[in-house]
Design a protein around this ligand. Structure first.
Ligand code: ADP
Ligand code: LRH
Length: 478
């Protein structure tokens, strides 16, 4: 039996999990969970990265002896370091408004079509490329000698060593998905200095050992290696999709819903760009061909506005509300910023001439119907655009705890849904470490181990997809 600590930082919470891997066993236990709350300061919305690092240290302290540590987190965001290697300010949150209107300026230099053909990344205002453009001319960027993506920054603090892990680097929009290396031409044309980035490393590469001070603070006994994993949480989560030789689609559900297919090569067509599909890089030469959907963020923000009522009770009530009364476009970037979410959802329903949901149960039902509808559209579009069929939809992540969402997704897609594992990102993180240390086989072997060891729930589609087709048409015509 070997043990691996997986640090998994989602946009809503961070956790340190310990995975114990045997020849035919895989057990995951949570040793520490801590909230991840953005902080609004006068200059904008920021991550409390020191608080997160403190949570990581506390988690490692509670983990007990481990053979290795791996870190994954949400994508695109970064910390800047000065010439002494010290952090320059708090990392900017991807929901900060500094990127408003920036994409249009970028496209004036490098048209959106060319940018997509070179990077395969969907348009999202927060792609690192747009963030760096927004930061141009700032005192902080002028002083920066190094840029580290969030998991790489934490890894640097733990080990003293710097690198840029590839799966997460692919969310910067500065990577060519065909060569799986930097898109030098894109960076040059936009005046982005690729010298800011540390050398690329790949999942499974060694990433240093815990510094003596970290060993002392956590009570661990060295040497403890840190191993690069799929440091983009979605890369780790997709690695842990328990699929066995089937033709599958996946939906990683948490703060976001990331819905699509695993491919062998990127799809860089104009049709794919117009449909806003992204080609992020996964394990072993795979491509995560998916669409970003606003996800349970919509519900998180409503629940916050309603004073944190009990989620389980709310979902039971929502299940009793008539289906598909009103739907909103859950892919719409208009829902990106925090605040006033129940009102914004009501406004979107009113604007499209649909009944306006009023009670928390009605708003919740509207959100879940809308998410299921967006899942359907993404799964359908991905198959068409990539020319690859799916017979089953795997749902992983926090949303697997929402049985109503899983069932509605099965109904909307007209396909069986297999839900689980819930902590997919942490499991993918653990398995990549175990593989790097020779304890599990290839990606297919990792997935077979998950099927044998993790609890999964199957949802069969009910009632035909007609009502969903009608709702989709209603939304498209609105
Ligand atoms: P992230 O990694 O983006 O922070 P998670 O994968 O942890 O997100 O998923 C968080 C979401 O999981 C929450 O927004 C919530 O909607 C859902 N969730 C968590 N616990 C429950 C529960 N007990 N019942 C239903 N849904 C839940
Ligand atoms: C999910 C996620 C997603 C990104 C978003 C910024 O946590 O990594 O894949 O698009 O955060």
């Amino acid at each position: 039996m070997t043990s691996y600590a997986a640090v998994d930082l989602g946009a809503s919470s961070g956790r340190v999990m310990v995975g114990r891997v045997g020849p035919d066993s895989l057990e995951l236990s949570e040793v520490h969970r801590f909230p991840n709350r953005p902080v609004r300061v006068p200059e904008g919305l920021r991550w409390d990265v020191l608080g997160l690092y403190a949570g990581v240290l506390a988690g490692l302290g509670a983990a007990g002896p481990v053979d290795s540590v791996g870190i994954d987190s949400w994508a695109v965001d970064y910390g800047l370091l000065d010439a002494d290697g010290a952090l320059l300010g708090n990392p900017v949150h991807y929901r900060d408004s500094r990127t408003d209107g920036v994409a249009e300026k970028v496209w004036a230099t490098l048209p959106a079509e060319e940018l997509y053909a070179a990077t395969g990344l969907q348009y999202a205002p927060f792609n690192t490329l747009y963030q760096l453009t927004a930061a141009r001319g700032s005192a902080q960027l002028a002083q920066a000698e190094r840029l580290l993506l969030i998991p790489d920054l934490l890894s640097y603090w733990l080990t003293g060593e710097q690198g840029t892990e590839l799966t997460n680097a692919s969310t910067t929009q500065l990577i060519d998905p065909r060569t799986r290396d930097w898109a030098h031409g894109v960076a040059e044309r936009l005046g982005i200095d690729l010298g800011l980035f540390a050398p690329l490393r790949r999942p499974g590469d060694p990433a240093g050992v815990l510094r003596p001070e970290v060993l002392e603070e956590t009570g661990l006994t060295g040497p403890v290696p840190v191993t690069a994993v799929g440091s983009h949480d979605t890369a780790s989560a997709v690695a842990a999709v328990p699929a066995d030789g089937e033709r599958f689609a996946y939906i990683c559900t948490g703060t976001w819903s990331l819905a699509g297919l695993e491919l062998d090569a990127p799809v860089l067509t104009e049709e794919s760009r117009a449909a806003n599909f992204t080609n992020e890089l996964g394990l072993d030469g795979t491509v995560r061909y998916l669409r970003n959907i606003m996800g349970l963020w919509l519900l998180q923000e409503c629940v916050r506005a309603w004073g944190e009522p009990d989620l389980g009770a709310l979902l039971l009530e929502a299940a009793e509300v008539p289906a598909l009364r009103s739907v909103v476009d859950a892919g719409d970037a208009a829902f990106l910023a925090p605040g006033r979410m129940p009102e914004r959802i009501a406004e979107a329903c009113r604007a499209s001439g649909q009944p306006v949901p009023v009670s928390p149960a009605e708003v919740t039902r509207c959100i879940l119907d809308s998410l299921a509808l967006a899942h359907r559209k993404a799964v359908e579009d991905a198959q068409r655009l990539a020319g690859q069929q799916a017979d089953v939809v795997h749902i992983v992540g926090g949303g697997t705890r929402n049985a109503l969402l899983c069932q509605l997704t099965a109904d909307a897609c007209g396909l069986p849904v297999v839900a689980g594992p819930t902590e997919a990102a942490a499991l993918g993180n653990v398995l990549v470490q175990a593989r790097a240390h020779g304890r599990v086989g290839d990606l297919a072997g990792m997935r077979r181990l998950l099927i044998r060891t993790q609890p999964l729930t199957r949802y069969e589609p009910r009632g035909g997809t007609r009502p969903w087709q009608a709702a989709q048409a209603r939304l498209a015509g609105a």
